[in-house]
Structures are given as C-alpha cells and as structure tokens.
Design a protein around this ligand. Structure first.
Ligand code: 4AD
Ligand code: MG
Length: 448
C-alpha cells in the first residue's frame, strides 16, 4: 500500500477526506473517499455503474474505462455484491442520480472480496419472507430495512427528547422481576439461582415507585410477553417507553399521550422524509396528526362496533379486528377510555362515578394499526389495592413493596406505555411488526 492510500480503518495519509454518503452534497466537485460495501453493479460497455452503500445512504459511482488504470477497471468489474471497499472519486451533481450526486471513481481498494463461488444470499430478486427472516443479520443492509430502522431510531429519540423536555427523568426498571405486572398468562419464567423469576412485562410498577421519588419519570427498555398469538402486531420481546407522573390523572395522561405522539410524528416528518419516501409512506396521513385527538368512552366504542356489524357485547375486550374497525372511524389516533374494570389489570383506579369502570385509556392508531398506547390512573388507596391483589390471587409477598407506595405518601398518579414497534409499524405503514425491530422475537422465531 502506498503512503497515500487510506487504510481500511480509515486513517488517510493522502489528500482526499473520508466522507459519508449522507454528507456528500457538501463535497461537490471534490475528491473524496467512501468506505463501504458494493450494493449493486451494472455494466454498460466501457462504463461500470457500481452502487455503493456506507451505512448512511446509497451512492452511484461511474467507472470509465478510459479514466482509470486497467487494473482498477478489472477490479471494479470483478466486484461481487457486498464486498467491502474504499472508493476514491470526485463528487459530481447529477439531477438524474437517485440522491442527486454521483461519484466519478478514480481508485478502488477492496477490503474483502465476497467469493464469487459463494455469493451474497440476498439478491435484488424477490425472496420469501421466511428466507429473509432467516437472513435477518444480512437483510438489515437492504434499503427498506435501513429506512425502517432509521425511522425507529428517530422515534426512540423523539420519545426521550419529548419527555426530557417536559421534565421527566429517565429511571430504568429491572428486567428480571419476582412478579407479574400484566397478568400471569404471558409470563416468561426463568430460573434465578434457587428461585423463579420472570422477564418483565412492563416497567410500570417500578415507575410508580420512582414517580414517588422523582415526580415525573419514564422507563424505556425491552419488555416481554409470552404471547402465543401469531398476529402482525405481536412480538414476544418489544420495547416500551413508559412515562409515569405523581399527582396526575387519567385526563392528564390523555393530554400527554396526545402531545407526545404529535411530537414524534413531527420529528419523523422533519428528519426522516427520505426514508418515509423510500417506504412509499403516504405522508399526508401523518401530516394531519395534530391535537386534539378524538376521545370516546368504551361504551361509545362498543356502539361504533355494533353499528359496524361486530358481535361484541358490553364487557368484552376488543380484539385486533375491533381495534381496526374503531380506528378506521377516525383520521387521527383515537383515545378510548373508561373500560370495564373486569378486562383491565389489577392496578387500575375505578371510575368514581361508575365503579364497574376503570380509569384506563388505550390509544388506537388510524389506518388499521390498532392499540399503540395503553395506560391510565393507578389505584392509590392501600385497602383497595390489597383487595385487588387478593381477588386476582396474586402473591401478596411479591407485592409488599408495591403496597408500601400506598402506605407512605400515596398520591393520585397515572402513566402509560407506548410500544415502540407498534408505533414504527404505523408510522412506516408496514404490514407486520417483524420488520420494526432489528432482530424480532416471535412465537416461532428466536433466530438469528
Ligand atoms: O397495554 P399494555 O399491556 O400496557 C402496559 O403494559 C402498561 N403497564 C403500560 C403502562 O401503563 N406503563 O402495553 C402497552 C403497549 C401496547 O399499547 C402496545 O403498544 C405494546 O405495549 N404491546 C406490544 N407490542 C408488541 N408486541 C406485544 N406482544 C405487545 N403487547 C403490548
Ligand atoms: Mg393494552
């Protein structure tokens, strides 16, 4: 390697700077080095059109036979898909090029050549979903997956930024827990030395403790449900962001949820438009999302469902189809509140006006995406909470600490949880949550 060659690690001793494709517009007319992989290669006689990717975007290169040495031309011509490279070239604006720029390649250095006998398994042709899921570790390099996960990143960042700006403190909850939060039917059990532990279903109970310590808190981490359901909305491992506030009511949380979701949508529209376009997302549907969101009671939701031909009866929980039907009534997310207490978790505060109702809320996304947020006001009275724990046959000793919160300075408090993958699926307009998380875990999928 000559003195002027960049090393694979990117320490350039030569003149050309190493730049990212995302920043390419800043380098028009200049010689630069791109570090990345070969995405695709097209040949047209004395011209080669390799497409490079570097993790920040795609860039088409032009290798002209008369502009490079015969060795470099041969090297470029023999490149295999996903071979890793260092490419030197001059940036040229070209209105016809996908990102508006092309690279006139002058030099190439191969870091690792993918052997032609064992080519990269994911080719531009169509592959079945099971094949792609089995190759998820490679599939992540494709443009569509890249766009989805960048939007996911923006959503996660917007969640944090919004709550930070509202004075919430991030206080993380544990993953290994001694008891259930969301019912005992979906618990993942694990051996914890000589006792049983469970993977957390929600950080909420711990957030109630930290809310009494910090006022306004949130936790944001992986949560687990041993869901035996094989739907397009269920994962067994998913990420949840859960704000919780002391001295807050159901109404306060509906207001927060509405502002929170609006902010997230605005950030994605502002920062990730090219990715939304790559996914062919109809952004006009997202641009309409502004407070106030419609708010309906469970009773009203049941009326809507009956009118639409559902055979739901008062007291029943909504299935995925019901949620889709309700959501389709509105162009914005809808807040459904005051559910029958019997279908909600033990910790829900009863409605003072109708004790058979719980002060809980679900936010249903439009366009058929169903529930993205669940939450509400928590029981703050010691005796009521104790009777709830007993009625549901929950082990009292595992909840003593949780009961303590009602003994020492109990206050009305409320919160909610938003599933990140459900939000990503809706915002990206995806058919299934399996593409919203880097490595999905589902009923029949633990690998790769
Ligand atoms: O409605 P859920 O079960 O509520 C709770 O866990 C509360 N403890 C949250 C709180 O108040 N702090 O779940 C909240 C959200 C759902 O609205 C959904 O977006 C997501 O978590 N979710 C799932 N996402 C993917 N796969 C699953 N199996 C999910 N289960 C829930
Ligand atoms: Mg729920």
């Amino acid at each position: 390697m000559s003195q002027d060659d960049p090393s694979p690690a990117g320490v350039t001793k030569g003149l050309a700077p190493v730049v990212t494709i995302e920043q390419i517009a800043n380098w028009e007319g200049q010689e630069v080095i791109i570090r990345g992989w070969l995405y695709n290669l097209r040949e047209a006689g004395k011209l080669l059109f390799p497409i490079f990717r570097d993790g920040t975007g795609l860039l088409q290169g032009v290798v002209a036979k008369n502009a490079v040495t015969p060795e470099i031309f041969a090297l470029a011509k023999g490149l295999t898909q996903e071979s890793s490279l260092l490419v030197t070239g001059k940036v040229r604006a070209d209105a016809r090029a996908p990102g508006g720029y092309e690279l006139d390649v002058s030099h190439l250095q191969v870091v690792q050549l993918v052997p032609a006998e064992e080519p990269y398994p994911i080719t531009p042709k169509e592959h079945g979903i099971e094949f792609l899921m089995d190759h998820r570790h490679l599939w992540l390099r494709s443009q569509r997956q890249h766009a989805i996960l960048r939007i996911r990143h923006e959503i996660s960042k917007a969640c944090r930024d919004y709550l930070d700006g509202e004075g919430y403190t991030l206080v993380d909850a544990p993953i290994l827990t001694p008891a259930a939060c969301e019912g005992t039917t979906t618990l993942f059990e694990t051996q914890y030395f000589d006792e049983k532990a469970y993977l957390t279903q929600s950080g909420q109970l711990y957030s109630e403790a930290t809310a009494a310590a910090f006022g306004k808190v949130y936790c944001f981490g992986p949560t687990f449900r041993a869901e035996k359901s094989k739907t397009r909305r269920h994962l067994t491992e998913f990420w949840m962001v859960e704000p919780e506030a002391a001295f807050a009511t159901l109404e306060d949380m509906m207001d927060l949820a509405e502002r929170f979701v609006t902010y997230i949508i605005k950030q994605v529209l502002e920062k990730r438009r090219p990715e939304l376009e790559a996914l062919e997302r109809d952004v006009s549907r997202l641009e309409q999302i502004e407070p106030p969101f419609p708010r309906i009671t469970y009773d009203e939701a049941v009326e809507i469902l009956k009118r639409k031909g559902s055979d739901i009866r008062w007291g029943g929980d909504f299935g995925g189809t019901d949620e889709t039907l309700i959501g389709e009534e509105f162009s914005k997310p809808v807040l459904v509140h005051r559910f029958p207490a019997s279908i909600k978790a033990f910790y829900m505060q009863p409605d003072p006006e109708r004790s058979e109702l719980a002060l809980g809320v679900d936010m249903l996304a439009p366009e058929g995406y169903g529930e993205i947020i669940g939450g509400g006001q928590r029981v703050s009275d010691y005796n009521l909470l104790l009777s709830r724990i007993q009625e549901q046959n929950l082990p009292r000793e595992a909840f003593e600490w949780y009961l303590d919160l009602r003994k020492y300075g109990s206050v009305p408090h409320a919160g909610f949880g938003m599933g990140i993958e459900r939000a990503v699926a809706w915002i990206c307009s995806l058919e299934h949550v399996r593409e919203t998380i880097p490595f999905p875990r589902m009923l029949y999928r633990l690998r790769p």
